[in-house]
Design a protein around this ligand. Structure first.
Ligand SMILES: Cc1cc2nc3c(=O)[nH]c(=O)nc-3n(C[C@H](O)[C@H](O)[C@H](O)COP(=O)(O)OP(=O)(O)OC[C@H]3O[C@@H](n4cnc5c(N)ncnc54)[C@H](O)[C@@H]3O)c2cc1C
Length: 464
């Protein structure tokens, strides 16, 4: 347990009302979306950047480990205090939008701002912050930057890193650093902001984020393509994009997901539907939207689409999207334990990657329903273990995952398109990086955090 003298010191730093070591708080802050539990020894709520700096300086001197935390919605254990120590909760006080600069189309926010709060605030003035993870209602921008979160609009608008212009951050020793500028161009010095993005709280605590905004498109329409096979749908993805289509989203669901949607949720889909592509197109004039839809329809039909449906209004668009939003809950018909990974491959490799994934599933006897952000080459692969209490089956499931990772990396892909490494994918870092590359990560970590107090043990880096 953390010595009482440390708790007292933190109380003098940030006030008694911002330091908790009671059981209720320790339990409440012991989870993230992995549903694994590690209790911290104290939970601290800094009020501002100076508080973060004071806390880190003290912890660095006394070798107390710190896990920064936004909303705790991460899927890979990044916010879990696996080594005990302190949870630094950024969501409670540091949740203000500091500025919306209309002229430069930039927002400056504290790290605890919820993604959707920023989206709503900028939409009111005709602007858009595009990255929209499915956790947008509760995940924080600090967490989004630290995981480089993606979202449904990534096919056209990119991911979090494409919107980060500048950061303020606090290093382990309490030093406050600035990285990047509020300028479109900036080539002075190393790209420190680029190193901090996706660093999962292992290098520094983000204290302020400057984000690029874009004009909000005026018209949006939904579409759905129905294909006889996964292969046809996957070909349609990269061929339609290569032929000039620029959809906002292009989401994929395979035959198993189609089966699950019908059986569990009664979604009406054609008998012979083997795969779906669902998405949106947008534009500032109706003609732009119409052009996008025509381009997609032509390309989908060239790739054997049986049907191309265009949503006639918002209610219809929501109905089309219902299938995608419920893909994840529906597949529990195949097993009560889902081993869920979010691999990413170059888009042209999608047909081959999906074939290989199903072959690995067959080899181990598991159903592997797949869905996700096909427009970005990012697929959620779900190895369904029928009985999660069956240790041997679980072991086999993990072996199947390891084979999938190896195959993905061999195809030029990556272990994670958006969920990060945290603790759950740390054992696989050796598949994706060689010893020299991993040593470089360790060297970078050491230069930011020589005493290894910031989120030790994450991303395959050494524990405390
Ligand atoms: C239902 C659901 C849907 C999801 N959908 C998506 C999706 O579509 N796309 C996607 O990319 N992800 C998705 N996620 C995963 C998750 O929401 C994202 O990774 C999100 O970015 C995490 O934000 P958070 O505020 O919850 O961060 P946390 O989980 O609290 O933390 C995540 C990591 O960031 C670090 N961190 C947090 N704040 C700071 C800070 N200020 N400074 C330094 N480090 C910090 C933590 O230490 C940790 O390593 C989903 C999760 C759920 C539960």
């Amino acid at each position: 347990m953390l010595d009482k003298k440390h708790i007292h010191y933190f109380e003098t730093l940030v006030g008694k009302e911002n330091v908790y070591s009671d059981k209720a708080h320790l339990i409440a802050y012991s989870y993230d979306a992995t549903r694994t539990r590690f209790e911290p020894e104290a939970v601290l709520f800094p009020r501002d950047e100076q508080d973060i700096s004071d806390i880190l300086k003290y912890c660095n001197e006394h070798l107390i480990v710190i896990t920064p935390r936004g909303a705790g919605s991460g899927f890979t254990g990044g916010a879990l205090p696996t080594n005990g120590g302190i949870i630094l909760g950024l969501e409670k006080h540091m949740n203000k939008i500091l500025e919306i600069d209309m002229e430069n189309m930039v927002a400056v926010v504290q790290p605890g701002v919820i993604n959707m709060d920023l989206q709503k605030a900028v939409a009111e003035v005709g602007l858009m912050y595009p990255p929209d993870p499915a956790s947008e209602e509760y995940s924080t921008l600090g967490g989004n930057v630290s995981e480089n979160a993606g979202g449904m609009r990534a096919a056209k608008y990119g991911i979090t890193k494409d919107y980060v212009m500048a950061l303020r951050a606090v290093r382990a020793n309490g030093d406050i650093i600035r990285a990047g500028k509020r300028t479109i161009k900036d080539v002075a010095g190393y790209n420190t902001a680029g190193i901090l993005i996706a660093s999962e709280g292992t290098l520094a605590v983000l204290s302020e984020i400057t984000l690029k905004l874009i004009p909000k498109p005026k018209f949006t329409k939904g579409y759905m393509g129905i294909f006889p096979s996964v292969d046809d749908a996957m070909n349609a993805v990269f061929k339609s994009l290569a032929s000039g289509a620029n959809p906002v989203a292009m989401e994929f669901m395979d035959a198993l997901v189609v089966q699950a949607l019908k059986e569990k949720l009664g979604v009406e889909l054609p008998e012979d539907a083997g795969a779906l592509l669902i998405g949106d197109v947008d534009g500032n004039v109706p003609e732009e939207v119409a052009f996008q839809l025509e381009t997609l329809e032509a390309s989908f039909k060239e790739n054997n689409a049986q049907e191309f449906i265009i949503a006639h209004d918002d209610a219809h668009r929501n109905k089309l999207w219902y299938a995608r939003r419920n893909a994840s809950p529906s597949i529990t018909i195949f097993g009560n334990k889902k081993l869920n990974e979010d691999i990413s491959v170059p888009r042209s490799m999608l047909p081959e990657a999906l074939k290989a994934i199903y072959a690995i599933g067959d080899k181990y006897g598991f159903k592997v329903p797949c869905f996700g952000h096909a427009g970005d080459g990012n697929i959620h692969v779900n190895v369904m273990v029928p009985d999660g209490k069956d240790e041997e089956a679980l072991h086999q499931g993990h072996q199947a995952i390891e084979e999938i990772f190896q195959m993905v990396v061999d195809m030029g892909g990556t272990l994670s398109g958006e969920h990060g490494i945290g603790t759950s994918k740390a054992p696989f870092m050796g598949i994706a990086f060689n010893d020299m590359e991993i040593q470089l990560f360790k060297d970078i970590k050491k230069s930011f955090d020589p005493n290894n107090i910031l989120n030790p043990g994450k991303m395959g880096l050494p524990g405390a």
